[in-house]
Design a protein around this ligand. Structure first.
Ligand code: DSN
Length: 415
């Protein structure tokens, strides 16, 4: 057994980890799908649980020696049930995309139709974007938002009546408004479709009671565990008891092999955190912080897609300010502010150089930012975007970012 410390044995990898830690500490992380996990989560993730194979489910494994693994996986399941009021939970999907694919294969036959949201209107690649393999297996049709930025329920109903989908899919990765699950369910019932929500982005807000919860209403709900939910990278599927067997069989052995139990343990730890009162404060603050950005960017004359935000993110068209999403992302990166370029609804530009950027508040909220700091952050972003070709100003903002973040250390224990 190699008993050396990482620093000693593999300094190259250690150096890169140290540089990445420094980047996270000294920058403003505003990609809405990113967050910072706690030390107990990191501890479970880096534990010896990574050594164990455990195909199957608690109490029904194909390998011996799973008695403690069973305890861990069952705790993760029970905590998820409590948080979301779920009837059945599978905590084994390796992330959000595998979770969604496992659901499609559990509920549908090849060739059947799924009605999901168009990517440029806030949907996700796995909801039927033509570049994904799943579009070769299932027939995806895609609805959009209306001119006011709401999900166009009339259009969704018309499409459902026309295409007779087996599954109607909601839940988005760049959509910033609340979702009316009851109305979607009514449409699904009218056409005899099953309902699925992918709550990856907003699961933490739902867990805290800060957004509508589709779990008691919908047939199946998937989520990643590492976004607003603030766990390690992973995915879970929640469903009605009547779909439990199909979902479990689809995840394993249908799609995956051995689950990553170190990940599942870390997820259980994050779920314990989500059940603490502090988590509600965090979720409320995420939304309050996003509202500050909404007000500030409206004031600066940016065009906010969907007319603003009810959750943790904003999608912003930057072209009226004379730059593209890529230019905005590049200039902000130079100043230590990490966002991602993003398509806006019916974007006339290309995915690799779209018209917008997507900004979120979860990671900054985790590090302790409140309204006062978000005002400063919005001003910094405005300064960068209006001076995106001026390297001197970008460097100036980088220093301001470093000063601000130094007041909110993330992982002093790891320094
Ligand atoms: N990559 C995730 C996001 O940023 O929204 C979704 O898969």
């Amino acid at each position: 057994m190699n008993t050396k410390k990482l620093t000693e044995f593999d300094p190259l990898i250690q150096e890169s980890i140290t540089k990445e830690l420094q980047r996270q500490e000294e920058g403003l992380e505003m990609i809405p799908s990113e967050n910072f996990v706690s030390l107990p989560v990191l501890e479970a993730l880096g534990s010896i649980l990574t050594n164990k194979y455990s195909e199957g489910y608690p109490g029904k494994r194909y390998y011996g020696g799973c008695e403690f693994i069973d305890e861990i996986e069952q705790l993760a399941i029970d905590r998820a049930k409590e948080i979301f009021s779920a009837e059945h939970v599978n905590v084994q999907p390796l992330s959000g995309a595998p979770a969604n694919i496992a659901v499609y294969f559990a509920l549908l036959e090849p060739g059947e139709t799924i009605l999901g949201m168009d990517l440029s209107h806030g949907g996700h690649l796995t909801h039927g974007h033509p570049v994904t393999h799943m579009t070769k297996v299932f027939n995806f049709v895609r609805y959009k938002t209306d001119a006011e930025g709401k999900i166009d329920l009339d259009n969704l109903r018309e499409m459902a009546l026309e295409h007779k989908p087996k599954l109607i899919l909601v839940g988005y990765s760049a959509y910033s408004r609340e979702i009316e699950y009851e109305k979607i369910k009514e449409i699904a019932d009218e056409v005899g479709a099953m309902t699925m929500a992918d709550i990856a982005h907003i699961a933490g807000l739902i867990a805290a009671g800060e957004m509508n919860n589709p779990v008691p209403l919908f047939d199946v709900v998937t989520t990643t565990t590492h976004k607003t939910l603030r766990g390690p990278r992973g995915g879970i599927i929640m469903c009605k008891e009547k779909f439990a067997k199909k979902i479990d069989k689809s995840v394993f052995p249908g799609f995956q092999g051995g689950p990553h139990e170190n990940n599942i343990a870390a997820t259980a730890v994050a779920f314990k955190e989500a059940l603490e009162p502090e988590f509600k404060t965090y979720a409320k603050q995420i939304k309050a912080n996003a509202k500050v950005l909404e007000r500030k960017f409206n004031g600066y004359g940016y065009k906010l897609c969907f007319n603003g935000t009810d959750n943790h993110l904003l999608l912003m068209d930057v072209t009226p300010k004379g730059l593209t999403g890529q230019q905005a992302e590049d200039a902000l990166t130079k100043s230590g502010i990490t966002v991602n370029k993003n398509m806006i609804p019916d974007d006339p530009r290309k995915p690799m150089d779209p018209s917008g950027i997507r900004l979120g508040t979860p990671a900054l909220t985790t590090r302790g930012f409140k309204e006062e700091e978000m005002e400063i952050v919005a001003d910094m972003i405005e300064k960068v975007l209006t001076n995106h070709e001026d390297d001197k100003i970008l460097e100036e903002v980088r220093k301001e970012v470093k000063d601000l973040t130094s007041r909110f250390p993330l992982y002093p224990e790891l320094a």
